[in-house]
Write a protein that binds this ligand. Sequence first.
Ligand code: FES
Length: 118
Amino acid sequence: MPEHRLCPLVDLLEGQSKGFTIRPDSRYADILIVYTQQRIHAYRNRCPHTGAPMEWEPDRFLDYTSTMIQCGIHGALFRIEDGYCVSGPCVRQSLHRVTVIERGGWLIALDPLGRDDG
Ligand code: FES
């Protein structure tokens, strides 16, 4: 299973989101991370609505309350804890979760792109 080192754990800041590029030719982040309440949540950066990347700006994936992931294109809102869409054009669909582990002070994504690397 391919692994990808994302960042040192100390780079994650409580209540913030961060994007990571896995593919060398990516113009946008491939993975988004949200670190909140001492937990790390990782998803593919593809909105279920159109498949587009969701950040407003680099590393900005959260709504103005920092309690939901929000797509920057049409505003769909996703729960941070499970990626489930509660509002917007892709309601009741979910973001694709990425498994991450902590090892040696680093955050590592396991099989970050899965079978769908497009
Ligand atoms: S592309 Fe995300 S809500 Fe439309």
